[in-house]
Design a protein around this ligand. Structure first.
Ligand SMILES: [Zn+2]
Length: 98
């Protein structure tokens, strides 16, 4: 499955992904920050110590990581999160909650 477009709405803090099969996803930046898969964040999540993330948190940069996925850089300075496409594809955000 390929990603057709990925667009970052800085103002509203949403990241929109459109896949080649037409599936569309919208995630808030804070939601993605909270699901970072780097070693540091994963260990915090496992210990139940994930930080409370401000809704004003933003993705400031998006860097492609080969065909594997994207690296997201956040406004809190965190830049270690690589998000594989397969991981993003399976993520679901319930917008009535977050
Ligand atoms: Zn992380």
């Amino acid at each position: 499955m390929r990603v057709e477009t990925i667009s970052n709405q800085i103002r509203t803090g949403a990241l929109d992904i459109v896949w080649s099969d037409g599936k569309r996803q919208r995630f808030t930046h804070a939601f993605l920050r909270g699901r970072c898969q780097c070693t540091e964040c994963k260990s915090l999540q496992l210990r139940g110590k994930a930080e409370v993330l401000p809704v004003q948190l933003r993705i400031t940069e998006i860097h492609p990581v080969g065909v594997y996925g994207v690296q997201l850089v956040f406004s809190d300075g965190h830049d270690r999160g690589v998000y594989p496409w397969t991981y993003l594809r399976e993520l679901t955000q319930r917008h009535d909650q977050e």
